[in-house]
Design a protein. Structure first.
Length: 576
């Protein structure tokens, strides 16, 4: 049984029975499919004989005692008509750990180095618990962790894919090459700590410890560099400015990272909250040799003292860390956001603001002339709001519904057109959804004023999408393959959104620093000193070189203007 194509009753041993419906599908991989019914996750194996042949039922029973809020372990077996078909576990909320690597996510979620330490320390506790139960995790790569950015007392990790852990007679069967300890054979608790080190180092810095440019190594030579202990601590390595300062890592843990990645030592890591101090480490940085050309102008247009900007909306409103919302055109405060799950669009006579998720979703109208904020109500409930340029959509059980505002003496919110979406198997990013349709990947792309398209992208099959952004006839996607390599796929889409041309390359991580303008012009910064301007539909591509261009400029747009956030301020970027 590969997928559920009709309502199917299953028996959860120890819990009772429930019905799985096709719309409960979450994802399909190589060995099975995942379904979610309320707060229960069910994995059904593709091969109906796999569980008996490999004794998986015994393994599930061994792993069940590990189940907790932070360890999403199997809780029991699943039967269909009396036959073993899979197992069940609790629902794992949170975002993919790889998002925590990116500067955009950290800025928008207001995450600090202290938050990183809380998350890393809790991941350390989970790994220690597994080892205390004689378990080897084997493959602790970033795709096998979720995290809640605002959990109890700070970010909360969730260990997932626990059924792949090694326990008793059951060995480790596969490991992502990017976290594999290539200098040691076999899988042990120390190889787990090496993999833990690889992903937690990225939580702090945003870069894999064996990436960055280094003479003698090509971009994809990760295994070769791990074997040679040629890490980011190697003299002469080149890193972009978007890589976060290594001194944000607590001293004793930083020394552990250096000993592990550069000197080949293997040991249990210290807690990031160990107060032992060591000498600061000089940060390795990429040296930009590009000179000022005089062609590029970077002008600060707004800044709030001690209140950094965290997000720029295409309508020309900026969200600051304090929650303050500032309209750039008149440089005035128009309101305040309670949290950071806020979206703002321009509507007739003012702005429409949404906040929160699920039962906490709220809507308000901000009048342009008085700045008075009025609470609005929508006769439809949903999980979250998605924005595409200046359009808002509500994700509901029935699909993707556009939110419309009409002025009838007063502002009225109402549901607009709805497009069918497999909600549980769709991830939402900036202006685009990625749907796993029984293993076939589709992009859900709103476009124009009232349309939405489903575009089949076979190149994403068997890959995990971790970041994406879409605009007028263009989408950029960052996805991870089974080997742990990150790929950037850029799609130039035809006018009817029926076909696309594709460009792809390897990239160092999940960061996506891109501005897509309404006229179809795209701007990106991939390396310090170079601004790439391109028009996907025509193939026009121009590189602008200047020493003031850097990867820590977080690109955005305001109409047809390219903006960025740098050092907490809002800047305008343009050519002379």
């Amino acid at each position: 049984m590969t997928v559920i194509d009709r309502n199917t009753q299953v028996d959860l041993v120890g819990r009772g029975s429930l019905t799985i419906r096709p719309n409960d599908h979450v994802a399909t991989g190589g060995e099975g499919s995942i379904y979610r019914v309320a707060d229960t996750i069910i994995k059904l194996y593709t091969d109906p004989n796999k569980m008996q042949r490999e004794g998986i039922a015994d393994k599930i029973l061994l792993l069940a005692p590990l189940s907790s809020e932070r360890i999403i372990a199997p809780q029991g077996l699943v039967l269909i008509k009396g036959h073993l078909r899979g197992y069940y576990m609790s629902r794992a909320d949170g975002d993919p750990l790889s998002l925590f690597f990116t500067n955009d996510y950290r800025r928008e979620k207001n995450l600090t180095d202290k938050d990183a330490s809380v998350l890393v320390d809790r991941m350390r506790e989970i790994t220690s618990i597994a080892h205390a139960h004689n378990v080897v995790m084997g493959d602790p790569n970033e795709l096998n962790w979720f995290a809640v950015p605002d959990g109890k007392g700070g970010p909360e990790p969730r260990a997932i894919d626990v059924d792949s852990w090694s326990i008793g007679k059951f060995p480790v069967r596969a490991v992502m090459p990017s976290v594999r300890d290539w200098n040691n054979s076999g899988f042990t608790s120390l190889s787990d700590w090496f993999g833990w080190g690889v992903v937690t180092f990225q939580v702090y810095t945003g870069i894999h410890p064996y990436k960055g440019s280094l003479a003698g190594y090509a971009k994809g030579d990760m295994e070769k560099r791990i074997r040679a202990n040629a890490s980011v601590f190697t003299p002469g390595v080149g890193l972009n400015r978007a890589v976060r300062d290594f001194n944000g890592i607590p001293g004793l843990l930083l020394e552990w990272y250096r000993a592990t990645f550069q000197q080949g030592e293997r040991s249990i890591p210290p807690s990031p909250f160990d107060t032992t101090k060591v000498a600061p480490l000089a940060r390795v940085m990429r040296i930009v040799t590009t000179q000022a050309t005089g062609m590029f102008v970077c002008e600060k247009i707004f800044e709030e003292t001690n209140d950094p900007a965290i997000k720029i909306y295409p309508c020309g409103v900026v969200l600051f860390r304090s929650g303050k919302l500032v309209e750039l055109e008149k440089k005035r405060v128009i309101g305040k956001a309670i949290g950071h799950d806020c979206e703002v669009i321009k509507v007739e006579g003012g702005y429409l603001k949404t906040e929160g998720k699920g039962k906490m979703l709220s809507y308000s109208y901000i009048r342009e002339n008085t700045m008075k904020e009025e609470i609005l109500h929508l006769s439809l409930t949903g999980e979250r709001v998605v924005r595409y340029t200046n359009r808002l959509f509500l994700v509901t059980d029935g699909g993707l519904t556009e939110i419309t505002l009409t002025m009838l003496g007063k502002p009225i919110l109402s549901p607009g057109m709805t497009w069918g979406v497999m909600v549980k198997s769709t991830q939402w990013f900036d202006g685009v959804g990625v749907q796993d349709t029984m293993g076939a990947m589709y992009l859900i792309l709103p476009f124009g004023d009232k349309a939405c398209a489903y575009v089949r992208v076979s190149e994403l099959d068997k890959m995990r999408v971790v970041h994406a952004r879409a605009g007028n006839r263009f989408a950029s996607v960052i996805a991870v393959d089974k080997g742990g390599s990150y790929h950037k796929l850029e799609l130039s889409i035809d006018k009817e959104y029926r076909s696309y041309s594709l460009w792809r390359c390897l990239t160092d991580g999940p960061d996506l620093n891109l501005s897509i303008l309404p006229k179809g012009v795209c701007v990106t910064i991939v390396e310090d000193g170079t601004l790439d301007i391109f028009v996907p539909t025509s193939g026009v591509h121009k590189k602008v070189k200047d020493k003031i261009i850097s990867t820590d400029m977080a690109l955005a747009s305001w109409g047809d203007r390219v903006l960025c956030i740098q050092n907490g301020g809002v800047w305008s970027l343009k050519l002379k």
